[in-house]
Design a protein around this ligand. Structure first.
Ligand code: AMP
Length: 222
């Protein structure tokens, strides 16, 4: 990664829109989305040692150990495309991960450009997450908020192979919200202390949040 490449963090509970907005930032700013959830799901699907250790923890809505997550993230950050700048989606989630990220970036003379906290109401998150599903191409949909224009056909790729995450059910979402408040929400104060925190009301429409977020990113990453 070059010294100027932006390092953006999206903070927020499950359902806040981190993944959706990170993909839009990729399109709008040419940055690379790094989602530890996606990397872990790929490890589970591939049946790697890390994936085998992570699977039950993820299904219970709890946090995978820092050791596993950091190993997966470091591998991904060693790939050349991150030189464009990154949007971290779902990482860091603990104080230990935040400190490890600072150390990893410091080794190449970099630091976090901005940590953007997507502010939402917890109760609404259960409904948002429970209804969501994804096309095999990565495009996200929701039973209530975002159906494809033609039922059963992806707007983006025309495919019809959709899937729902095993942990996107009401019971597991409540566990994930608890984990967020206990272990991840304290990072808001951590990044505030470093002077890189931005807060954004993320209860509105996806397109509105995209433009507000775009203004923040243009301001910090120009
Ligand atoms: P996500 O796709 O970000 O909602 O993550 C799905 C699940 O993967 C979480 O509920 C955790 O079990 C695990 N996970 C993802 N990222 C992390 C992380 N940074 N630290 C610990 N566990 C994680």
């Amino acid at each position: 990664m070059t010294a100027q490449a932006p390092v953006l963090i999206l903070l927020g509970p499950p359902g806040a829109g981190k993944g959706t907005q990170a993909r839009m930032l990729e399109e709008d700013f040419g940055l690379v989305q790094l989602s530890t959830g996606d990397l872990l799901r790929a490890a589970v699907a591939a049946g790697t040692e890390a994936g085998k250790r992570a699977k039950a923890v993820m299904e219970a809505g709890q946090l995978v150990s820092d050791e596993i997550v950091l190993a997966i993230l470091k591998d991904r950050m060693a790939q050349p495309d991150v030189a464009k700048g990154i949007i971290l989606d779902g990482f860091p989630r603990t104080a230990g991960q935040a400190a490890a990220l600072d150390a990893l970036l410091a080794a190449t003379g970099q630091k976090v450009t901005a940590a953007i906290s997507l502010e939402v109401d917890d109760e609404a998150m259960v409904g948002r997450v429970s209804g969501r599903y994804t096309c095999a191409c990565g495009e996200g949909y929701h039973d209530e908020f975002k159906q494809p224009a033609v039922a059963g056909v992806c707007d983006k790729c025309g495919g019809s192979s959709f899937k729902r995450r095993a942990d996107d059910n009401a019971e597991t979402v409540r566990e994930r919200l608890k984990a967020y408040h206990a272990q991840t929400a304290p990072l808001i104060a951590y990044y505030d202390g470093k002077g890189v925190l931005e807060k954004l009301d993320a209860m509105g429409a996806i397109a509105e949040i995209r433009s507000s977020l775009g203004r923040i990113v243009a301001g910090v990453a120009a």
